[in-house]
Design a protein around this ligand. Structure first.
Ligand SMILES: [Fe+2]
Length: 264
């Protein structure tokens, strides 16, 4: 096989992860860094599937401070302090669990949440996500992406442990397991210091749900939100898993961001 043929076979293999060229113009026009939306994934397969993700997160060579493992010590949690931080390597998913299903079964008596970044240590994932970077890094009239990260959230928490917040990022969440409801609010809905922010206390979040735009998503769906959206994830307490593609921006490129904005 000559080089050209080898390349076309590789690209063919990657085709199942690519989103069609026709997807991007309308998405950019209506949503990119403008508004949240959910939709059936236009790719045949997510950039990483459950089995690949489990193998990856139990084989990573190192952890970084933003990789976190929350375990609720008081249920229902009323504050982020009602979660204790566990060691991912000691108490997180282990190779011996073999699957997310077995891992969740092992910790089923606890409300837990895990966020692991830098899935791109598996470098071939960049090839599967290159359409995002190519089409979205530099869009006229929108902030330029400073860097991209691939990460995952999984757990059984009923609300994001650190509550309603913003990120200096545009995020695509690919649902791989379970069901999650993403609640979003426009940038000026909350002001810094609001008691409903940064808490998993549903009593503080619920009064604002009537003003939220909500998106319930299951496997096969993608949820997208821009950096101007306040957001929190709610669930029924059953296991859920997402893999995310995030474009991070410089704070100074975001008109809705100031140094007191509570984000992660
Ligand atoms: Fe977030």
């Amino acid at each position: 096989m000559n080089m050209e043929n080898t390349k076309s076979v590789q690209n063919k293999g990657l085709g199942k992860y690519a989103w069609p060229d026709s997807f991007w113009p309308e998405f950019i026009d209506k949503y990119w860094e403008l508004a949240p939306t959910s939709f059936k994934s236009p790719g045949q397969e997510p950039f990483i599937n459950l089995e690949e993700l489990f193998a990856l997160v139990t084989n990573m060579p190192s952890r970084i401070p933003s990789d976190r493992f929350w375990i609720a010590r008081n249920v229902p949690p009323k504050s982020v302090r009602d979660f204790t931080m566990g060691s991912l390597n000691l108490f997180g998913p282990q190779k011996s669990d073999k699957s997310f299903e077995n891992y969740f079964n092992r910790v089923k008596h606890h409300s837990t949440g895990i966020n692991i970044h830098r899935l791109q240590v598996r470098q071939d994932l960049w090839k599967r996500t290159k359409g995002f970077i190519k089409n979205l890094s530099k869009v006229k009239g929108r902030p330029p992406a400073e860097n991209w990260d691939l990460d995952t959230f999984f757990g059984t928490y009923r609300a994001t442990p650190f509550g309603i917040h913003k990120d200096p990022a545009s995020v695509f969440a690919f649902m791989l397991m379970g069901e999650r409801t993403y609640c979003t609010w426009e940038s000026d809905y909350f002001t810094t210091g609001d008691k409903a922010l940064q808490t998993p206390d549903l009593d503080k979040i619920e009064p604002h749900l009537k003003n939220a735009e909500t998106f319930t998503v299951r496997p096969g769906k993608v949820f997208y939100w821009p950096s101007n959206s306040w957001h929190v994830v709610l669930s029924n307490g059953k296991p859920s898993v997402v893999a995310q593609i995030s474009a991070y921006f410089k704070h100074e490129d975001l008109p809705h961001w100031d140094k007191k904005t509570p984000g992660y």
